[in-house]
Structures are given as structure tokens and as C-alpha cells.
Ligand binder design. Structure first.
Ligand code: HEC
Length: 127
């Protein structure tokens, strides 16, 4: 933990630089093009998908809060497990389920199951 004295503010800063240009600083996305993280049903119901989305990117149709998206998110590179945990804990505490917590170990464990290639939900969306 010595490496991250300020997990929340590091998560916020990393979110803003790595994700905010698309998903917007306030997490609302871009209508019809970039799905929101703020209030996204998917981030609450499928938390284990998030590390794979960041590592492998995402494509294909998906439903977020009843709206369909069909764009491509490129993999986000250069983020280690501690940084990814901080980003995702920030996202969950701001816009998802504040009770969800990712440890760097959990991130690493999930990342080992992602396989290769972008996440594609094939329009099944979040249950
Ligand atoms: C270049 C633009 C871009 C960047 C940068 C980006 N995303 Fe995405 N993201 C997208 C698009 C576009 C989709 C929808 C992909 C599709 O339609 O299949 C998406 C989908 C998602 C989803 C699933 C849908 C939802 O809204 O719940 C999550 C979660 C997500 N991104 C998180 C992140 C995180 C976290 C970062 C930063 C580490 C990030 N994204 C960076 C464009 C981006």
C-alpha cells in the first residue's frame, strides 16, 4: 500500500487521463456513441468484465441503461494492476456500487481469465 497513499485521488486522476476523454469527466459518455459509466447498469451487474474491457478493449453491440451502442473501444495500455484497481474503485464509488472493491490481486486474477481479443457481449447487454 505504500505505493499508493492516495488511491482515490490517483484513481480519479488516472480515470480523467485514460478514460475521461471518451466517457467524460463526469462519466456520462456521449449520447449514442460512448456509453455512460455514471449509473451504468453494466458496471454494477458485471463488475468482473471491467478489467477485461480495459485490458482487451470492447466491440460489438451492447445495451447500457436500455440504449444500444455498437462502437469500438481500443485496449487501454500502460496501466498496472494497482492503477487499474484505483481507477475501478473510483468508478464504482462515484457511479456504480460503492460496496464493490477491487484489490490488485483480484484485478490480476480477473485479467488472467480474459483471454485474447476485445470483450464482445453480442448485444446481450447487462442481464
Ligand atoms: C477512445 C475512447 C474510449 C476510451 C479512452 C475508453 N473507452 Fe470505454 N468505451 C468506449 C466505447 C466506444 C465503448 C462501447 C464499445 C461497444 O460499443 O462495444 C466503451 C465501453 C466501456 C464500458 C462498458 C459499457 C459501459 O458504459 O458500462 C466500460 C465499463 C468502459 N468502456 C470503461 C472504460 C474505462 C474504465 C476506461 C479507461 C481506463 C475507458 N473505458 C476508456 C470508448 C472509450
Amino acid at each position: 500500500m505504500a505505493a499508493c497513499q492516495q488511491p482515490y485521488s490517483q484513481g480519479k486522476a488516472l480515470y480523467e487521463s485514460a478514460c475521461g476523454s471518451c466517457h467524460m469527466t463526469d462519466g456520462t459518455g456521449l449520447a449514442g456513441l460512448i456509453p455512460p459509466l455514471s449509473g451504468s447498469d453494466l458496471i454494477r451487474t458485471r463488475p468482473d468484465l471491467l478489467p477485461c474491457i480495459i485490458q482487451n478493449g470492447m466491440e460489438g453491440k451492447l445495451l447500457v441503461n436500455g440504449q444500444e451502442y455498437d462502437q469500438v473501444m481500443a485496449p487501454v495500455t500502460g496501466i498496472n494492476a494497482v492503477e487499474m484497481a484505483n481507477i475501478l474503485n473510483y468508478i464504482q464509488s462515484e457511479w456504480g456500487d460503492p460496496g464493490l472493491f477491487y484489490s490488485p490481486d483480484r484485478i490480476q486474477q480477473i485479467l488472467s481469465t480474459c483471454g485474447s481479443g476485445p470483450v464482445n457481449l453480442g448485444n446481450t447487454g447487462a442481464e
